[in-house]
Design a protein around this ligand. Structure first.
Ligand code: PHE
Length: 381
């Protein structure tokens, strides 16, 4: 009897010590770019299943939908911090959303780790916002190298979504690098949600470009590709990571065959032993090939846990002091060194950015296929 009581006492003591750590996940689960939210969530869920506890504490994920809207992107972050009292936030995807949400996280001194927002401004001047992906000067430079050297393109027309910071930034970085490599480029503009691109395509075709480069997201890119082909365009079509969603192919159909885009991951470009593990786990759970966003979501969760583990091992009691925990975690995230993730070896620098290779995919037989890999030292900046 006495022994049982003692054991029970010990059990309760352990339970009292172990806390539940809340992590907010802010993603576009509905609205214009909901494919991005769904794909990212798959990767985060998978990583959470693999590692549901950290230093003996249970991790609880709280998913908030930003509805693919900028205002909601900020509101959801505020709700996660003030109402849910999360220790950290994973998200968001679109750079314009991470800029809106990141401003709130910074003001409220809560770490935010974006899996996939690539615009440089997302982390610039901030202490609490970091990311596990490369930034757009790299991505735009890599795309320019691929267009100029692999496709031998001399002329390009760039389609820019003026409502998206990502698109405006990527346009500038691609253009600068493409010109450095001897190319000529011009721009045409559109808005998120546009359906008819006939006017821009006519302007583009008058320039007779070797490549049309679309710097926006998949919904418009699929339509631009279709309409460009309908209007007789025969040259290359390219884009950035914002094109990678199955919808590009289901909407774009034959028009996107042969389309090249830069991205973060392909299962065939196995970067680390973790890549293989991730691909196997993902295929088993979701019965399909993994996406770049899934891999980035997976990595973001694991890197957050890695930083948490270090903070908690150094000071287990910090779990009871939310603000101290948040502050220590924001710093520790930026100490991430050579972390072996599914998308590669990840080091987060003092500015909160990761430096990684750029993968190039091509649409082949209605699937995303691996085309090339471009390392940071090959990119003119
Ligand atoms: N890089 C895009 C942005 O910053 C987001 C994105 C990443 C979309 C990867 C799809 C795949 O807006």
């Amino acid at each position: 009897m006495k022994k049982t009581l003692v054991l029970l006492g010990i059990a309760f003591a352990i339970m009292a010590m172990a806390a539940t750590i809340k992590v907010g996940v802010v993603l576009p689960m509905t609205g214009g770019i909901s494919a991005f939210g769904q794909l990212t969530w798959e990767g985060i869920e998978l990583a959470h299943e693999m590692m549901p506890t950290v230093a003996g504490n249970e991790v609880k994920l709280i998913l908030l939908d930003n509805r693919s809207e900028k205002t909601e992107a900020a509101n959801a972050v505020a709700r996660a911090i003030d109402k849910e009292k999360v220790v950290a936030i994973l998200g968001e995807v679109a750079s314009s959303h991470s800029l809106a949400g990141g401003a709130v996280a910074e003001e409220k001194h809560t770490p935010m780790l974006s899996p996939s927002s690539t615009n440089p401004l997302v982390t610039q001047g901030k202490k609490y916002v970091s990311r596990v992906c490369f930034i757009d000067p790299f991505q735009g430079g890599a795309a320019a190298v691929f267009a100029a050297k692999k496709l031998n393109a001399k002329t390009a027309v760039i389609f820019t979504d003026i409502q998206q910071d990502y698109s405006v930034g990527l346009t500038n970085f691609f253009m600068k690098a493409f010109k450095k490599l001897g190319g000529r480029a011009m721009q045409v503009f559109y808005n998120t949600g546009d359906q008819d691109f006939t006017a821009q395509i006519s302007t583009a075709l008058a320039f007779n470009p070797d490549v049309i480069f679309i710097t926006g997201y998949y919904p418009e890119a699929a339509l631009i590709s279709r309409q460009a082909r309908q209007l007789g365009y025969k040259g290359y079509i390219m884009g950035g990571d914002g094109l990678e969603a199955p919808e590009l192919i289901s909407i774009g159909g034959k028009a996107v065959e042969g389309l090249y885009f830069t991205t973060h991951f392909h299962a065939k470009a196995a970067a680390t032993p973790m890549t293989k593990k991730f691909v196997a786990m993902y295929e088993k759970k979701f019965k399909k090939e993994p996406s770049a966003l899934g891999a980035l979501g997976f990595d973001a969760y694991l890197i957050l846990m890695n930083a948490m583990e270090k903070v908690l091992k150094a000071n287990p009691d910090i779990v009871n002091n939310l603000q101290a925990f948040r502050d220590a975690l924001a710093k520790e995230i930026r100490n991430t060194k050579d972390f072996e993730g599914a998308t590669g070896k990840i080091t987060i620098d003092k500015n909160g950015n990761a430096i990684k290779s750029v993968v190039v995919d091509v649409v082949k037989n209605g699937k995303f296929d691996f085309a090339a890999i471009i390392n940071p030292d090959e990119i003119p900046m």
